[in-house]
Design a protein around this ligand. Structure first.
Ligand code: ADP
Length: 184
């Protein structure tokens, strides 16, 4: 099963992705995690994207698309994957359509976690992961970028008939149950 987990910063994508990974035994691919690891290890990619992540802005489409296209060639993704944090712009979604076609990896479900904005901000501020982009100012920037650049990606998938809207308010287990039943 090939799944895209979608939703604003703080919606719980990372948490739910890990649960899905365990239940369905398919790997979780988080572009944000890849960037944070690259920054920590000071790789050329990390050096390139550090100031962008710190500012709460988006990494250029081409960089992300190349990265995902390359990563998905790993045979571990052959039996499915959970994409988290990608595609995040309409051009990324269009580029991904091509990748998916070339690599024979059609998306089965586009899972949208919906959470009100106030709740998002308080969740991020209280999760205390020590991320440099988790300050109130940077969260506001990330939410703005989300509304402008990322939200339109949902429309791109509506026409494919794969969108599942999930209420992202509740306990972690309740939300996971909702996602799992939407995938049946
Ligand atoms: P969140 O959604 O909680 O903000 P992520 O871990 O998904 O966190 O992403 C963190 C940051 O990594 C983003 O603010 C952005 O700078 C960068 N990033 C991750 N995925 C992408 C992407 N697909 N396109 C552009 N930038 C990305």
């Amino acid at each position: 099963m090939n799944i895209i987990l979608f939703g604003p910063p703080g919606a719980g994508k990372g948490t739910q992705a890990k649960l899905l990974q365990d239940k369905y035994s398919i790997p979780h691919l988080s572009t944000g995690d890849i960037f944070r690891t690259a920054i920590k290890n000071q790789t050329p990619l990390g050096v390139k994207v550090k100031s962008i992540l710190d500012a709460g802005q988006l990494v250029p489409d081409e960089t992300v698309v190349d990265l995902v296209a390359d990563e998905l060639k790993d045979p571990k993704y052959d039996s499915g994957f959970i994409l988290d944090g990608f595609p995040r712009t309409v051009p990324q979604a269009e580029a991904f359509d091509e990748i998916a076609e070339n690599q024979n990896k059609a998306i089965d479900a586009f899972v949208v976690l919906t959470v009100p904005e106030k709740e998002l901000i308080s969740r991020i501020l209280s999760r205390g992961q020590g991320r440099t982009d988790d300050t109130e100012e940077k969260i506001k920037t990330r939410l703005e970028v989300y509304h402008e650049e990322t939200e339109p990606v949902q429309n791109h998938y509506s026409s494919k008939g794969v969108v599942k809207e999930i209420d992202g308010i509740g306990t972690i287990d309740e939300i996971f149950e909702r996602i799992a039943s939407s995938l049946k």
